[in-house]
Structure formats: C-alpha cells, structure tokens
Design a protein around this ligand. Sequence first.
Ligand code: MG
Length: 264
Amino acid sequence: MRLTICIVVLFAAVVGCKPIPEKKSGLEDNRVSIQDEGPTKPEETELFNPIPPKVSIDANGVPDDAIVLFNGKHFDEWTSAVDSTEVKWVLNADGSMTVKDKTGDIQTRRNFENIQLHLEWRSPSKIQGKGQSRANSGVFLQNRYEVQVLDNNDNKTYVNGQVGAIYKQSVPYAMASRPSGEWNTYDIIYHAPEFDDAGVKTKAATITVLHNGVLIQDHFEIQGTTEYIGWPKNEPHGKAPIRLQDHRDNSRVSYRNIWVRELD
Ligand code: MG
C-alpha cells in the first residue's frame, strides 16, 4: 500500500498533476468540460434539471398546491385554541369570518413548520378604542410568534407592537394599511427554528412579510416567543398550528381567503 502511494505521488510530481476543481454549485452536473479558465460557452452554464413543478392559480389567486385553510364556507380546518371545541367566531355571508369577542383564539387543526401563508384581514370601519385596543388581532406562526394585526390608521401605539410588527421584536419597515374597513393582505414566508437533541436552539426562525404587497419584514430572525411581558422564550418545539388572536376587547377583526403552502 505504502509503495503504491509513493508511486502515485512520484508520478504526479513528474507529470505535473493539476488539482480537480471543487464542486461549488449545481452547474457542475451540466458542465460540458472542466476548464481552469471557467466556462467559455453559454451552454456550459445552462441547467435543464430539476424541472420546477407547474403551479396553476385559480380565479381567487389560490395556487393549486396550496392547502386552503379558509374559503368562507366553514371552519373545518379550525378549532378553538382554548379547549379544542368547535370555533365560535362568526361565519359571515360574504365569505369572511369575524372574531367573536372573548370566545378565545382559534387555530388550525393541522400543524406546520416552513410555510408560505396568505391571508386577508379587515378592521371594522366603525372606529372603536385606541392604541392596542383598536382592532387588535394577530397571526401566530407555530402557535408562538405573532405578526401583529391592528388598526393603526391615525392610531398611535408603540412601534414594535404596531400593525405588521413581529410583536415586541421587529418594527415593520412601513405602515402599509388600507383605510379602516377595507381588506388588507398579508403574505408571509416563514422558516421554523431548529433545536438540537439537548433542546438548544441552533437556528432562529426567520420571517418575511408583505403587507398589501409592500415588504415590511425582510427575513427577520425571530428571537423567540413574542411575549406581552418579558423576554422571548425558546422552548424546543416541532410542527405546530397557525393561530389567530381574539384580543378580548371587542376587536371585530375579520379574516378571509386563507391558504398555505408547505415549504421543504
Ligand atoms: Mg395582537
């Protein structure tokens, strides 16, 4: 064996052996030839695999690979977050639902981790309350991390708790709300945190949020649970529901057209 290695080393030294370039991207599988000076033809950097799956969008803007969580017809995908009984929020004739005060949060029956989430929400046109008590609700990713829903139109509050904030952690880049009483969209890209076998967080959750198409959170690293009082907590967890908040102060916030795509 030692003799073989010596012969190989000696041969390489004699003929001037060139190191093989390291693989750095998916392009090497498509590479026609490896040349020290890099690609010289356009086809050497063109990929034909993997072919992305085709996704069709229906008339309501829902991709055909999405899980529809709420289409205005029923609460089949939801349950009470308080006691796992039937949802007590109001199902409206216009295909939306409205928080029923003091009946508690609702959450999806399914558990999720990495997702693209679309939802639409509306604060009531009849103004009531101020600060955090004006149409306060929220979207909790994995049952823990809140994207704030609030009527901030002419309604001042602490900025890390305003509409579009990652509650008490990240101020949104903009206040992109439509006037009170009109529908808003949230499009959220969320990647779950990771924990090691000892339960220590090894990778922070990240979140990107578009509010009515405006980027308001850009790959923010979530620090832990979004606490009303106290610092974020980082207990290990796996897949978990999406939860919508009943702030228990007659928020009258409505939701509609909620769908999610699971990301690998
Ligand atoms: Mg809230």
